[in-house]
Design a protein around this ligand. Structure first.
Ligand code: ASP
Ligand code: MG
Length: 433
């Protein structure tokens, strides 16, 4: 069994929807996970906001509805399926229109957000029926579940989905919704924005699938930022650990959380390009290649905070007190470097910066550097191999560096510098390849 996930642009127009079947091998069993049509979830978010703020969402709902009328007018050829599709969109837009501002709750919001994936999967299912390709639509709301901690329940998914598949042993193509799920109270919920990749990874893990394929419009993960650096190349192979490091650094093509379920059950993830289906893309698996530098990535908008205190010398518990301040303000820390009398750390969410620095003053002298960028070099840097950090730093020898973090994991060297130097640093590091 393979799991194939197609994002919003892959179902974004009638031509793209018609093209999907050419990417699916009809002789193999597979689950096709679909996102909402590109732009739909954003529109649904805006509609929810209008409900919540007491504004009239009707004009926006009508304009989204019209987009779907156009889509089905183009996609379906027979009257029979045009009528079926029209009934379908009427039902979903009926739901979207059925709320009222006075009593709009987060539960209602999640129901509205779910309509995008429900629409795209039903329309694709109808399309396959119209062209005579057998397929089964599996409602994600019947098997995709999160618990009170909002964590997915993989054994539940294995059981429910396994039973659904077993009752259709004659079929090869199964279609389901990305992103949507039920929560611990049985309500409609979702896996957060961009969550369809996560759905695919969870299904792959739950079924111990042979492979998870994430289809987008790019030819895999690139070894550097193509917007800044010339001659970047898709990375042929990454370990799960390397992919997890890169996902944080804005390698947008795979949702960060999506690596973990696949990694846990060792299901390979392949990133493929719908525009170039025969290109090899990027394979993420548990295979490692020691000593190799695979990619460079950057994350802007970082803020560095230094706490300097002679009271830190030879005492225990100092770091705990410092970290607790960040915990109280629900602010994740990314990089940490320490000296004997100071600690520097970085955050990417400055929402509570003022409160945090005020509280930290109790522990020492505080310095804040804003507009910083983390540059991260990813690969497999076994501690027994000499020279990798030197090669990286050598390429950056003309650039001022604020922090360096090495040895946190064997897969990452992080360097913090002023954002003014970001592009230059990425371009210099391209020489590593
Ligand atoms: N449709 C959802 C979103 O736009 C989920 C996804 O596409 O991954 O966030
Ligand atoms: Mg996405």
């Amino acid at each position: 069994m393979k799991v194939l996930k197609f994002g919003g642009t892959s179902v974004g127009s009638p031509e793209r929807i018609r093209n999907l079947i050419s990417l699916i091998n009809q002789d193999e069993r597979q689950i096709v996970v679909l996102s909402a049509v590109a732009g739909t979830t954003n529109s649904l978010v805006a509609i929810c906001q209008e409900y919540a703020e007491g504004k009239n969402p009707a004009p926006r709902i009508t304009s989204l509805n019209e987009q779907y009328e156009d889509l089905i007018g183009d996609l379906f050829v027979s009257n029979e399926y045009r009528i079926k599709a029209k009934e379908l969109i009427d039902i979903h837009f009926g739901t979207i229109s059925s709320f009222s501002s006075g009593v709009f709750t987060p539960i209602h919001e999640r129901v509205i957000l779910a309509q995008g994936e429900l629409l795209s999967t039903h329309l694709f299912h109808y399309h396959l029926q119209e062209i005579g390709v057998p397929s089964v639509l599996l409602p994600a709301l019947d098997f995709m579940k999160i618990n009170e901690e909002l964590e997915p329940e993989i054994p539940y998914i294995t059981e429910k989905l396994g039973a659904m598949l077993a009752s259709h042993h004659e079929n090869n193509i199964f279609i389901t919704q990305g992103y949507i799920c039920r929560n611990a109270f049985g309500e409609i919920d979702n896996l957060k924005r961009g969550g369809s990749d996560y759905t695919a990874s969870l299904i792959g893990a739950a079924l111990r699938a042979e492979e998870i394929q994430i289809w987008t419009d790019i030819d895999g993960m690139h070894n550097n930022d193509p917007r800044v650096v010339k001659n970047t190349r898709p990375i042929a192979q990454l370990s799960f650990e390397e992919a997890a490091e890169l996902a944080y650094f804005g390698a947008k093509i795979l949702h960060p959380q999506s690596v973990f379920p696949a990694q846990k059950y060792k299901v390979p993830v392949r990133l493929l390009n719908t525009m170039e289906p025969n290109a090899p893309g990027t394979l993420i698996s548990d295979q490692r290649s020691e000593g190799e530098i695979k990619a460079v990535a950057a994350k802007e908008g970082i803020c560095a905070i230094k706490i300097q205190s002679s009271r830190m010398l030879l005492v225990y518990g100092f770091l705990r007190k410092v970290f607790e301040v960040f915990e109280r303000y629900k602010t994740p820390i990314d990089m940490v470097t320490t000296s004997e009398v100071a600690v520097s750390l970085s955050i990417d969410n400055p929402k509570y910066l003022k409160e945090i620095t005020e509280e930290l003053q109790a522990y020492g002298q505080i310095t804040v550097d804003q507009d910083q960028t983390i540059i991260c070099v990813v690969g497999d840097f076994v501690a027994s191999k000499a020279g990798i950090a030197a090669r990286v730093l050598d390429e950056l020898k003309h650039i001022p560096i604020r922090m360096i973090s090495y040895g946190g994991s064997r897969n990452n060297i992080s360097i913090l510098l002023d954002t003014a130097y970001k592009n230059e640093a990425l371009q210099s590091l391209q020489r590593l390849f």
